[in-house]
Write a protein of this length. Sequence first.
Length: 159
Amino acid sequence: MARLHVEDLDARLLPGACSVAASIVPPNLALAGRGTGAFVHVPGVPEGQRYDLLGSAILSSLGRVTVKGSVDSVGFILHGHAWGTLILSNAKGSVTLRLEGPEQNGFALLPGRFTFDVAGGTGSYQHVGGHGTLQLIIAPAVQQGTFTLTVGLFAMPLG
């Protein structure tokens, strides 16, 4: 007859039945919406042209947010991608979007459409992740002006 014995297995964390993130944000967080704001062209960046953005948007599930960030056009390379970062914030926290444009030739104008990934969040949005598309319309031939923003995103909690 086999004899049973108990082995000591170091301390372990067992998975719970519910996630903390689920209590902070809904299982699916839609961040689709529109915004506007102002930009300033930062001349003389050798890697491309930079545009600093500041505005506001109304996004589903987040409501009104401040939009702050920058985008850089393709610079002194044969082919590349425009890129940037936008931070969407309100009193509940912030969501950071990492932008990437389509492949373009060197010194191309800033594209009007970007794909993005949620790079992180703070406050109530700290567990949000996802990706989507973003349309950013600015007049790159001027030093400053206004921009419009259209966001399409279906984000989900990380984890």
